[in-house]
Design a protein around this ligand. Structure first.
Ligand code: V47
Ligand code: SF4
Length: 363
């Protein structure tokens, strides 16, 4: 790796697109990792975060049917489901009291249901807020928000404001996939374009709703497409500061129309590291253990990541596509994993406030 590039990172200078491409192409994974770890430690010290959360996917019925998605179904198809609000509350009740520990966040993402009216989504959020007043509700991707705006006939701003009034706190980062139009046309021709995704996220930030951002990688995108994606996120973040974390999502090919291969561990680590270096205005890079696997996500903590998500409990999207991980981890398992990476495990809330700092692991 060029010394000038290393110096640039070490002196905190912003990387250009060409430099980011060079980093993705570099075969010096260890130097890349060290540089990314340096930046991660400048931002978060030795802390590594997890959250006591539960994922709920209210329905897998979806009118988009993206080619990379093994989770979605059309009406009448085997395996199609839709949860009632009561069923969602019951799932939360179970998760909330498991092991006597409270959840601090619920993560809700689903398909674009063919008939649910906007009121269904408002009622869902309001019912959760009423039953669990202190639980942070992180719900609906920009793709779902766009769908709700369409079915309600309201603007994105009004849609977001209505959800916020019912109790929505944050939004997850899904649906971004890869912004490059030619690739998006193959992956998810029915999905909103990347520019619309970015516009909705910006509207959420303006409305005071923090969000995450993701990038689906390891399918048919080029290195240039990845860099384009990261730079577009960085540009919005410069304006709004509303993204909390960036999460690179490793493509899982099983049971998908698109097929292909699982990402390699080397590419996973490289993608985490380059993301950490390019997204200089993001505080957190999440190595989502459900997709990366417990062990690669642990190693990713030495390659620029500072968060591995949380207890999760039940996960359908990645598991439909052949995830090799379990569906949930306990607090103790998460603390063990983070500590054994030489980090200081921190249980955080949905806004990265520290709830409990554990003893440092062996370094
Ligand atoms: O939007 C779908 C992706 C996303 C596949 O914000 C796939 O904290 C890999 O966004 N292989 C949903 N990925 C998950 C998501 C997420 C997860 C954890 C935390 C957060 C957060 C967000 O999953 C979808 C899509 O990009 N996805 N199918 C697949 N076959
Ligand atoms: Fe529907 Fe989301 Fe799956 Fe695409 S990725 S088919 S929008 S559930």
């Amino acid at each position: 790796m060029q010394d000038t590039l290393k110096q640039k990172v070490l002196t905190g200078k912003r990387l250009t697109g060409e430099e980011a491409v060079a980093l993705f192409r570099s075969d010096d994974l260890f130097t890349l990792g060290r540089l990314a770890d340096h930046v991660a430690q400048q931002k978060n010290g030795k802390y590594a975060y997890f959250v006591a959360n539960r994922h709920i996917n209210p329905t897998n019925l979806c009118i988009n049917r993206c080619a990379f998605c093994a989770f979605s179904r059309s009406r009448g198809e085997e395996g199609a489901y839709e949860l009632t609000i009561e069923e969602m509350l019951r799932k939360l009740e179970e998760g909330h009291n498991a092991g006597g520990d409270r959840l601090s966040e619920v993560h809700i993402v689903g398909g674009l249901h063919p008939d649910w009216p906007f009121g269904q989504y408002l009622d869902m959020i309001a019912a959760i807020r009423e039953r669990f007043p202190a639980l942070a509700i992180k719900a609906f991707t920009a793709v779902e928000i766009d769908h709700m705006a369409k079915i309600s006939g309201m603007s994105v701003e009004e849609t977001l404001a209505a959800l916020k009034r019912c109790g929505l706190d944050l939004m997850p980062g899904g649906g971004a996939e890869i912004f490059a139009e030619e690739v998006r046309a193959v992956l998810c021709p029915e999905k909103i374009p990347g520019v619309r995704w970015l516009e909705i996220m910006e509207a959420a930030h303006t409305a005071g709703i923090k969000t995450n951002a993701t990038m689906l990688y390891g399918h048919r995108e080029s290195v240039e497409d990845r860099v384009d994606h990261l730079l577009r996120l960085r540009e919005v973040q410069d304006r709004t500061g509303g993204f909390q974390a960036f999460i690179p999502l490793a493509y899982h090919p099983k049971n998908t129309a698109m097929g292909g291969f699982y990402s390699s561990g080397i590419d996973d680590l490289r993608t985490v590291a380059v993301s950490r270096l390019v997204l200089d205005n993001f505080d957190h890079i999440k190595a989502y253990w459900i997709m990366l696997g417990e062990k690669i996500s642990q190693v990713a903590l030495l390659f620029g990541a500072d968060d591995i998500d949380g207890t999760v409990i039940e996960e359908r999207i990645t598991h439909s596509a052949g995830a090799m991980t379990g569906e949930g981890m306990t607090r103790d398992e998460l603390v063990h994993l983070l500590g054994k990476a030489g980090k200081i495990p921190v249980e955080r809330d949905a806004f990265y406030r520290h709830l409990r700092v554990y003893g440092a692991g062996p370094s």
